[in-house]
Write a protein that binds this ligand. Structure first.
Ligand code: NAD
Length: 494
C-alpha cells in the first residue's frame, strides 16, 4: 500500500468561503429566495465558495435583462470596432488576474495549478481571437440578379443566448462561447456548473470593468433542473449553447425544440489513439499518458482508448506503464502535480465502478487501479486496463477518469473499426511514420478532430466539435461568430 498523499491546506482553508452574488442587469444581487450553494474543494475538503443559488424567478429576471439589453441596445447596434475594444480590454483584464482565476478553478475543480494557468492563458488568446472576428464578420451582396435587383445578405445577432457549461474546464469553456456571442452583438444568460461557478463570476466583474453595458451578460449559479431548464425553455431565448454530457445534451435539445431554438451542443467523447509499429513510439507513449490522464481523465477529449498494433503491444505498453508510474498525483496547488483530485466523491465511485466492471467483464488492471489514501480530498491512481474488447462498457462509455483502456489490432481496417465502434465522435489520434497510414486513418475515423502524430493540441483558429453523439455544430474557428447570427436577405428593387 502506498503512503497516503499528504495534502497541505492552503491559506483559503482558514478563511471564510468567498461569496458570489448573481449578476443580473449589471448588478450583483442575492437570489430572490435567499438560498445559496456551498462548494467544498475536492482536493482539500474545506468549503471554498458560497454562491447565491438562482431559481426560476432569477432566470426570469436575467432573461428579461438580457432581452432589454438586446432590444434597447446599444450593444447589438454598436460598431464592431467598439465591441472588439470591450473584448480586448476584457482579455487584458483576464490576463492581469490570470493567477487568481487559475487558483479559483483549482480550488473548485481539483485540477493541477500549472495546467489551470495554461487554460486561462489559452482563454485570453480566445477572447482576443473573438475580438478580431467581430471586425471581420460580414454578409454578402449579389449584383448578378439583373439590373433591377440587388441582393444583400446581412448577418444579424441572433438575440438572447443561454450559455450552459460543465465543471471540467470552468473558465476555458465559457471562453469558447461567450466572447463569440458578444462579438456577434448578442446578449447572454450564463450558467456555469453548480460545482465550479467562481471563475465565471469573475468574468462578470471583468466585463463590467471593461465597459460592457448592464444586462448584456447575466450570470446565474444553480442546478440544471432549477436554472438550466428554464434558461432553455424561456420564450425570449433564441439560442442555447450547451457543453456537457450527451445525456443532458439530449434533454436540453428536446426542451429547446419546443420553441425551435437554435442549439449548439458540445458533448461527450470516447476517443481513441491508434499506434502503429512504425511510429515514434517514445512520443506516442508520452501522448498515451498525456491523453489518458490529463485533467485526471475528466476531459471530453481524453484519449481514453489506446488502440495498439499487436506487434508492439507488449513493449509499448510496458513503456506506457513505466511513464504512468512517474505521473505525479497529488495536491492540485503543487506546481509539480500532473493529476489532481477527482471532482466529487460520487464521481470517484462511478469511475472506480467502471474499473471493477471491466475486471468482471474480462479486462485486467495492468497499472494503478486503486483509490489513493490521502489526508484530504479524493484521488485516483492513473490506471491502465488491458484485454479490453469492443463490447465492454469500458470500451464504449465515457468513463471521465484517469483510466486508459487498451485494445489491440492487426490490420488498419480493424483499427478503424474499433475507433469508430462507439456512439461518440469527438476526436482521435494516429501515430505512424507513414503518410499513407496517417491519411487512411484521418479520413476513415468518424470524429470532429483527428490529431496526426500529436494529441490534444488546440488553436482558436481551428473549429472544434463532434460527429455522432458528441455534438452538433462547431466552436472556435473563423465561423464561430456566425453561429450566433441570423441571416437576413434584403432584395432592393429599382
Ligand atoms: P452535465 O451534462 O451533467 O452538466 C452540464 C451543465 O448542464 C451543468 O451546468 C448542469 O448544471 C447543466 N444541466 C444539468 N441538467 C440540465 C437540464 N435539465 N437543463 C439544462 N441544463 C442542465 O455535464 P458535466 O458533468 O458538468 O460535464 C461533463 C460532461 O461534459 C462530459 O460528458 C464531457 O465529455 C462533457 N464535455 C464536453 C466538452 C466538449 O467540448 N465536447 C467539453 C467539456 C466537457
Amino acid at each position: 500500500m502506498n503512503a497516503p498523499l499528504n495534502i497541505s491546506m492552503p491559506v483559503e482553508a482558514s478563511q471564510a468561503p468567498k461569496a458570489y452574488k448573481l449578476l443580473i442587469d449589471g448588478k450583483h444581487v442575492d437570489a430572490r429566495d435567499g438560498r445559496s450553494i456551498e462548494r467544498a474543494s475536492p482536493g482539500h475538503g474545506f468549503v471554498v465558495s458560497r454562491y447565491a443559488q438562482a431559481s426560476a424567478a432569477d432566470v426570469e429576471a436575467a432573461v428579461q435583462a438580457a432581452h432589454k439589453a438586446f432590444e434597447i441596445g446599444p450593444w447589438p447596434r454598436m460598431k464592431a470596432s467598439e465591441r472588439a475594444a470591450v473584448l480586448l480590454k476584457a482579455a487584458d483584464l483576464i490576463e492581469t488576474r490570470l493567477a487568481e482565476i487559475a487558483r479559483l478553478d483549482v480550488l473548485e475543480s481539483g485540477k493541477p495549478i500549472a495546467q489551470a494557468r495554461g487554460e486561462i492563458g489559452g482563454a485570453v488568446d480566445i477572447w482576443r481571437y473573438a475580438a478580431s472576428l467581430a471586425r471581420t464578420l460580414h454578409g454578402e451582396s449579389y449584383a448578378n440578379l439583373g439590373d433591377d435587383m440587388l441582393g444583400v445578405v446581412l448577418r444579424e445577432p441572433i438575440g438572447v443566448v443561454s450559455i450552459i457549461t460543465p465543471w471540467n474546464f470552468p473558465f476555458l469553456i465559457v471562453s469558447q462561447k461567450l466572447p463569440f456571442a458578444l462579438a456577434a452583438g448578442c446578449t447572454a444568460v450564463v450558467k456555469p456548473s453548480e460545482m465550479t461557478s467562481a471563475s465565471t463570476f469573475v468574468i462578470g466583474e471583468i466585463l463590467l470593468e471593461a465597459g460592457l453595458p448592464a444586462g448584456v451578460v447575466n450570470i446565474l449559479a444553480g442546478f440544471g433542473a432549477d436554472v438550466g431548464a428554464p434558461m432553455v425553455s424561456h420564450p425570449l431565448v433564441e439560442m442555447v449553447s450547451f457543453t456537457g454530457s450527451t445525456r443532458v445534451g439530449k434533454t436540453t435539445m428536446a426542451a429547446a425544440s419546443d420553441s425551435l431554438k437554435k442549439v449548439s451542443m458540445e458533448l461527450g467523447g470516447k476517443n481513441g489513439q491508434i499506434v502503429f509499429p512504425d511510429a515514434d513510439l517514445e512520443a506516442a507513449a508520452d501522448a498515451a499518458v498525456f491523453g489518458g490522464f490529463f485533467n485526471a481523465g475528466e476531459c471530453c477529449n481524453a484519449g481514453s482508448r489506446l488502440i495498439v498494433h499487436e506487434a508492439i503491444a507488449d513493449d509499448f505498453l510496458n513503456a506506457v506503464k513505466a511513464l504512468s508510474r512517474k505521473v505525479r498525483v497529488g495536491d492540485p496547488l503543487d506546481d509539480r502535480t500532473k493529476v489532481g483530485a477527482m471532482i466529487s466523491a460520487d464521481h470517484m465511485e462511478k469511475v472506480a465502478g467502471y474499473v471493477t466492471a471491466a475486471e468482471t467483464d474480462g479486462g485486467s488492471v495492468f497499472a494503478g487501479g486503486a483509490r489513493l489514501a490521502s489526508n484530504a480530498g479524493q484521488y485516483l491512481d492513473p490506471t491502465i486496463i488491458r484485454n479490453v474488447t469492443e463490447d465492454m462498457a469500458i470500451a464504449r462509455e465515457e468513463v471521465f477518469g484517469p483510466v486508459l483502456s487498451v485494445l489491440t489490432f492487426e490490420t488498419i481496417e480493424k483499427a478503424l473499426r474499433i475507433a469508430n465502434n462507439t456512439p461518440y465522435g469527438l476526436s482521435a489520434g494516429v501515430w505512424s511514420a507513414s503518410i499513407d497510414t496517417c491519411m487512411s486513418v484521418a479520413r476513415g475515423v468518424r470524429s470532429g478532430t483527428v490529431w496526426v502524430n500529436t494529441f490534444m493540441e488546440g488553436y482558436p483558429e481551428l473549429p472544434f466539435g463532434g460527429y455522432k453523439q458528441s455534438g452538433l455544430g462547431r466552436e472556435l474557428g473563423k465561423r464561430a461568430v456566425e453561429d450566433y447570427t441570423e441571416e437576413k436577405t434584403i432584395q432592393f428593387h429599382r
